[in-house]
Design a protein around this ligand. Structure first.
Ligand code: ADP
Ligand code: ZN
Length: 768
């Protein structure tokens, strides 16, 4: 949970990267060198310190310092974010005590980026700095302080060497012969002695030592055999030309590359990066963590001399080492998940964000940044292209492209003109007709048998994370929705109500379907584990593997599972959205979506978008090889426009339908949103606090232009998490800065209540 935003940082106008220096006051009083310092483990906001003369030439913004803080003058580490020479007037400033770093950890450009993040995401600057700088870099992981010894000539000149014990003489001889300082371990090895003679010489002052930080070991990056470029097809060539045109213009532009699954986007990225390298610059490629497979990395390593991979399994030491390599300019391409957007490449030439629609690009703790938004700021500030690629672009990016703010290019066909697989629906209303739910309908079961007989592999998708309390009639598929928010209502069994988790609207839970009067309207779903049991019992002897966050806990489990599937040891792969993404297995001839509606009725305004993306992405996993493939989608709503668009692979149609809907209900991309979550150990005071916060924000927003609105407070869909009750509210306005201001002003002197915390999520992607 974030700390309340510091009032000092409340800036009235929109925060721009280029406009971050404070107003400069002309003053003829004596000038002093002043450093602005922010504290990760201290009070929010920034504090001024005097730079003492001995540190004057050595301190720059981006270095950490140790300074006295508070009444007790406790020494605390903070980040120096600015050094200016200015009049200090009557104020007495405390001086900085020590430097922690002898060089800045961040460039001025990266500092400005972090400042922008703090403003935009309503969090503390120091929190951002701690996120941007990996722990391994901050703690200098993997470095060891080692002392190198050499003879001390002054002391030796005054001494008769023959008085020394023979072992000590030998040590001196070895050091003279070596002609360079040696570590104690090296000396011991060469002299075949213990540590005794060395400490003896040290005590007599006959050795001079110098402490140096050295790396414990070098990390070897695997080398791949080189592969030539593929000759591009005309669509790919056109996409590449468009990107290169922007690159050569030297101006920032964002390019949306809309390419169906398997259309060859990666080859376009690779060849665009090759041009970036010709300018002596580096590229950053951001992909979802789940796509950082050996397969992906191999494709890049086979084309470039030096690729750095930043994934979540790196040790602190490895991360530190990669960071230094990248900062030194020795790395051509940095590939990584979300946080690689902060990679310290010295001459950025291009940023590529593949699968740009992926929610995992948004961080779910403070600072709750979205890598796409940060990449946009960084690319704009450094004047380089940003390429966003996807087969199912986010509606935000699609809308920008439609409005002409992004350049639009598309790869509408698969490589070698391979057809997209045919997708058919299975109507669960007919299959179930209100009886006990089975995971595999008759048509899906038959298709699976057929596929296995022909030696094909099968992927079954069931995206259920145990959140299935929407109210749906199993006979007719009708779902209860909020009349104001267009969000599926959630069933609360204890109170027997149907509740909207956006605006708190509720009504009695119906006992019969309002649409078809079927009794027993409540439908409770099934999860991956039950699906696995069913598949195993109906396909005895067929090797089946379940893949979800529960079964993939162990390090390397994901890679091993994919390998087992690739090599054909496993015939049926079943799991959550994990299996829907980016995998390229030519032997997959059948994809089954067990229930396309699971995402459709999440209490989230992006439910339709998630459903479309999921069905399209998982359908893209088949038909990649010469055997072809097909997709069966089980649903209660075969006629639903989103399902219809998905089975036709028709993203533009989907976008058209969904954008109209978003506009009607005032959701992004037509508005900006901020979600506020309040949590505390007791329900009533937490709810009261949420109400107070909402009231203050309503006051701030009232009468503003353009009009803004606040939904809630309402219990969050996860109304209780780890023992804490959660209430949330949603702020919507076409002007995001207006919302930020309202939150800052409403919270500057918000009374703090014990145990109750609040946090702000700007541009939220997760509504649970
Ligand atoms: P996407 O990223 O759009 O899903 P990929 O880049 O993974 O598509 O390409 C799909 C497959 O097509 C890959 O196996 C790739 O090697 C191959 N491919 C890409 N471009 C070409 C090309 N110009 N000629 C032949 N094969 C290609
Ligand atoms: Zn509502």
């Amino acid at each position: 949970m974030g700390r309340p935003h510091s009032p000092k940082k409340a800036s009235a106008d929109s925060p721009s990267l280029f406009d971050l220096l404070p107003p400069w006051e002309e003053d003829d009083r004596a000038e002093a060198l002043v450093a602005k310092v922010v504290f990760p483990d201290g009070p929010p906001g920034d504090f001024d310190y005097l730079v003492p003369p001995e540190l004057a030439g050595r301190l720059r913004a981006g270095q950490r310092v140790r300074v006295p803080l508070g009444k007790g003058n406790r020494l605390v580490v903070g980040y120096c974010v600015e050094v200016v020479s200015r009049p200090v007037g009557q104020r007495i400033l405390k001086p900085i005590r020590h430097l922690v770093d002898d060089r800045p950890l961040l460039s001025p450009a990266m500092l400005r980026l972090t400042r922008w993040m703090a403003d935009y995401y309503l969090c503390d600057w120091a929190t951002v700095l701690e996120t941007v700088l990996p722990a391994g870099v901050r703690h200098r992981a993997g470095l060891r302080l080692t002392t190198f010894w050499e003879p001390n000539p002054d002391a030796l000149a005054k001494l008769d060497l023959t008085t020394l014990p023979p072992k000590q003489r030998l040590v001196l001889q070895i050091l003279r012969d070596a002609k360079e300082p040696l570590t104690a371990t090296q000396i011991q090895r060469l002299a075949k002695c213990s540590a005794g003679p060395i400490t003896g010489l040290q005590r007599k002052g006959l050795l001079k030592g110098r402490a140096v930080r050295i790396r414990r070991q070098d990390i070897i990056e695997p080398a791949e055999p080189r592969e030539p470029n593929l000759p591009l097809n005309p669509d790919q060539q056109k996409a590449l030309d468009t990107i290169l045109q922007v690159l050569h213009s030297g101006q920032h532009r964002t390019i949306l590359l809309y390419g169906v699954t398997g259309s060859g986007k990666t080859e376009v990225y690779i060849q665009a990066i090759q041009e970036v390298l010709r300018f002596g610059r580096q590229a950053i490629v951001l992909v979802p963590e789940i796509s950082l497979t050996p397969q992906t990395l191999q494709r890049f390593r086979a084309r470039f001399d030096s690729v750095a991979v930043l994934h979540s399994h790196l040790t602190d030491a490895e991360r530190h080492w990669q960071w230094e390599r990248i900062a030194s300019g020795r790395v051509q391409v940095v590939i990584g998940a979300r946080s690689a957007v902060f990679a310290p490449v010295p001459h950025l030439g291009m940023i590529i964000l593949d699968e740009e629609h992926e929610p995992s690009f948004k961080q779910q703790q403070a600072p709750r940044y979205h890598a796409r938004e940060v990449a946009l700021q960084r690319a704009a500030a450094e004047g380089v292209p940003l390429v966003l690629g996807s087969a199912t672009p986010s509606l935000e990016s699609w809308h920008e492209a439609q409005e002409g703010r992004y350049i639009f290019v598309q790869l509408p066909r698969r490589i070698h003109d391979r057809p997209l697989p045919p997708v058919n629906t299975v109507d669960l209303r007919i299959e179930n007709s209100g009886k006990k739910l089975v995971a595999l309908s008759r048509p899906l079961y038959a298709a699976m048998r057929e596929s296995l007989q022909e030696g094909g592999q099968i992927i079954l998708l069931l995206n259920r994370r145990g959140f299935s309390t929407h109210i749906q009639c199993p006979a007719c598929g009708y779902v209860l929705k909020c009349p104001q928010c267009d969000i599926a209502l959630t069933h609360h069994r204890t109170q027997q109500i149907a509740l909207c988790h956006y605006c708190d609207y509720h009504e009695p839970a119906p006992s019969a379907c309002p649409h078809c009067q079927f009794l027993g309207i409540l439908y409770r779903g099934l999860g991956t584990q039950r699906l696995e049991v069913e598949v195993r019992s109906r396909f005895a002897g067929v090797c089946c593997l379940r893949m979800d966050t529960d079964s993939m806990q162990a390090r390397g489990a994901y890679d091993r599972a994919l390998e087992a599937f690739r090599t054909g040891k496993v015939q049926i792969l079943l799991g959550t959205q994990m299996i829907a993404k980016g995998l390229d297995f030519p032997e997959v001839t059948l994809v089954g979506v067990i229930n396309a509606d699971t995402a459709l009725h999440l209490p989230d305004f992006r439910a339709s978008e998630r459903t479309f993306q999921l069905v399209t992405q998982v359908a893209g996993r088949t038909g990649r090889g010469p055997k072809g493939g097909r997709v069966l989608v089980q649903t209660f709503h075969p006629e639903h426009p989103v399902i219809q668009a998905a089975i036709r692979h028709d993203y533009p149609r989907f976008a058209q339908i969904e954008l109209a809907n978003r506009k009607a209900f005032g959701y992004p991309p037509f508005t900006r949103m901020i979600r506020l979550v309040v949590r505390g150990p007791h329900p009533t005071p937490t709810a009261e606090f949420a109400k107070l916060l909402a009231e203050r924000i309503r006051q701030q927003l009232s009468g503003r232009q353009p009009p803004a609105r606040l939904l809630g407070p309402a219990p969050a869909p996860f109304a209780k998490l780890r023992g804490l009750y959660r209430y949330h509210m949603l702020l919507q306005s076409p002007d995001g800065e207006q919302l930020r201001q309202a939150v800052r002003q409403a919270t500057t002197d918000l009374p703090s209540l014990e145990n109750i915390q609040w946090m702000a999520d700007v541009d939220p992607v997760e509504m649970l």
